[in-house]
Design a protein around this ligand. Sequence first.
Ligand SMILES: O=c1ccn([C@H]2C[C@H](O)[C@@H](CO)O2)c(=O)[nH]1
Ligand SMILES: [Zn+2]
Length: 170
Amino acid sequence: MHTELSCAWSVLNQEHFLDPFIIMAKTNSSPQDLIALSLKAKTFAYSPYSKFRVGAALLTHDGAVFTGCNVENACLTLGICAERVAISKAVSEGHREFKAIAIASDMVDNFISPCGGCRQFMREFGLQWEVYLSKPDGSFIKSTVEALLPVSFGPEDLLKCETICTKESL
Ligand SMILES: O=c1ccn([C@H]2C[C@H](O)[C@@H](CO)O2)c(=O)[nH]1
Ligand SMILES: [Zn+2]
């Protein structure tokens, strides 16, 4: 684990570390690498209201990594979580298939757990991908989107309602 973490930190110390394609070339995308990237992303958190910093690092099917941090707003309800920032960055650049997301916070004694909204946001892109809930020391719980959001509602369900498709409803 120490070797893998050193690898991740050496990646982070290089210029352009936020470029997903450079990260793809330089890491083996282990959970430890992804967590190290989420910890780095956390340092960019804009959280003047809650003072609660969160970072996320999202690994795509093709090995790219997109990071995110929480971004709060003086209009308090407009803040966005780190996970949703990372997913939106990936989707907006053409990536919709995900392998894993790592989440980091400053909580020393607790693994950061994604909010319900972020679980639903993850679920939009599948149930069978991994979620690493981490602590600042790099320790983590490995879960999945499905385990975090059982019996969920997703895009497939919209296709199951006949009334949407029948002429009577028009
Ligand atoms: O998994 C989580 C939990 C919380 N937050 C953010 C939202 C808000 O900015 C702050 C406090 O809830 O932390 C995240 O980004 N991800
Ligand atoms: Zn959230």
